[in-house]
Ligand binder design. Structure first.
Ligand code: GLY
Ligand code: MN
Ligand code: MN
Length: 445
């Protein structure tokens, strides 16, 4: 892979985007700030630093208080802050060609960065610290200006070849952790031990993960963002869900697999096979001009069929769907844009200039309402869960007789199912960035 050529082309493409975003705006350019270091309340301990995403999209330089000064027609200038400090190590730099492509200068501290940035008073500021923006001489109206930000957010959904390769590599890195966890899970390890095995296999630290690993046995699989890790050996060992990713040069992967053991209820095993088929069918439908709301709706139709075929619902697939019985079983969206942020920006944006398309009332948690276009990258992650607090009101509702509650009770100790891959929209269809690296629950691709 010629990363230098890819990155060079990425920078050229992003600079063209920035120029387009500035069109008609009263700014001569943009100062992108990598972000400020924050501390815990009333404490001098640092909160793990996360780079402002708009900066991270252009330079994978770790650490706070770098400035990237972008003026159309000029080489972008990176003012990299390398504090002379004996308390902390300077930010570790990735093996990356950016110093050869950008105009780079190193400084020690904010004041030196301000001086090195030069006169940026006619530029907009994109970052997280109004005080720093003011010190740079940038007026309040030019800090995080709404229309400019909307345009930049919109553009982030269109990935360059460099970004797609970063996302692919993030998936490949996650695959090593998924393989280690799969092997440990077969030994019946605790969630804590599996989590540690994941980080060790990926070769990362917890605060460098793109999100908190979700690693849950049995009922924990039904807690959508289950954040704890049980230290004790699992008791039931019926089913296991892992939702874990990795990063590469700031880009995230977000992958989920669910496994059933020999102790799982046979209906759950059947459901898992069916959910795997459904997820593949939904992935195959990803293509340009495909509306995501429609795809999400198709996921509900698919789950309705599974509930009906397995006898969880007593009606036909059509009745199950029409009566809204899928909602407590699939209470999240089918997926989201993926990039620098695991839930990448712009999912509800109407267009380049901003605006909002809210999800339909019946699907409030759907994270994207956009129509897919080539080079968008999204997750496809249908789920089917047994969540007691959501099912409770249906037990007492007018459609209660439509559900086989004895079967639901028998399946509840298995928790739930989610299967998630990362998909790039191509000119004619899609490419799955993660399945080739992370086999399905039955070992097949
Ligand atoms: N890992 C969080 C999600 O799948 O959206
Ligand atoms: Mn996930
Ligand atoms: Mn996801």
């Amino acid at each position: 892979m010629d990363w230098k050529a890819l990155y060079e082309q990425h920078v050229t493409s992003v600079m063209a985007d920035v120029e387009k975003a500035l069109n008609g705006e009263p700014f001569e350019g943009i100062v992108f700030h990598s972000g400020s270091q924050h501390h815990y309340h009333a404490d001098d301990r640092e909160i793990p630093f996360v780079t402002v995403p708009h900066f991270a999209r252009i330079v994978p330089a770790g650490g706070a208080d770098h400035l990237l000064v972008v003026r159309p027609g000029h080489k972008p200038r990176l003012v990299r802050n390398v504090p002379r400090d004996y308390w902390y190590e300077p930010p570790v730099q990735p093996d990356h060609p950016y110093p050869q492509i950008l105009d780079c200068v190193e400084v020690d501290g904010r004041e030196a960065a301000t001086a090195a940035a030069g006169d940026v008073s006619k530029l907009a500021y994109v970052g997280d610290d109004p005080k720093f923006a003011k010190a740079l001489g940038i007026a309040a109206a030019a800090q995080q200006p709404a229309r400019l930000l909307a345009r930049l957010d919109w553009q982030r959904a269109y990935k360059t070849p460099y970004e797609i390769e970063c996302l692919r590599e993030a998936g490949r890195r996650a695959s090593v952790g998924h393989a280690a966890v799969r092997a440990g899970m077969q030994q019946g390890w605790s969630e804590r031990k599996l989590h540690a095995a994941y980080l060790e296999a990926v070769g990362t630290m917890e605060n460098h993960a793109p999100y908190t690993n979700i690693i849950g046995w049995d009922e924990h699989a039904a807690v959508l963002h289950y954040q704890s890790k049980d230290l004790d050996d699992p008791k039931g060992k019926r089913c296991f869900l892992i939702d874990a990713g990795a990063t590469h040069l700031g880009y995230a992967s977000d992958v989920t697999r669910t496994y059933a053991t020999a102790k799982a209820h046979p209906v759950f095993v059947d459901m898992l096979d069916k959910m795997d088929s459904l997820q593949r069918q939904l992935v195959a439908k990803v293509k340009p001009n495909q509306g995501f709301v429609d795809l999400h709706d198709q996921a509900h139709r698919g789950v309705a069929a599974i509930l009906s075929e397995t006898g969880v619902s007593r009606g036909s697939a059509e009745q199950t769907y029409e009566e809204g019985l899928t909602h407590p079983f699939l209470p999240h969206g089918l997926g989201h844009h993926l990039g620098i942020q695991v839930h990448d920006v712009g999912g509800h944006q109407q267009g380049f200039e901003g605006g909002k398309v809210t999800p339909p009332d019946q699907y409030p948690f759907l994270r994207t309402t956009r129509v897919l276009e080539s080079n968008n990258v999204v997750t496809i992650e249908p789920g089917l869960y047994f969540i007691p607090m959501l099912l409770q009101k249906h037990r007492e509702g007018p459609k209660a007789a439509r559900i086989d509650w004895d079967l639901v009770d028998a399946l509840t100790p298995c928790g739930g199912i989610r299967i998630e891959d990362n998909i790039v929209v191509t000119e004619t269809g899609q490419e799955d960035l993660t399945r080739p690296f992370i086999p399905g629950h039955n070992g097949g691709a």
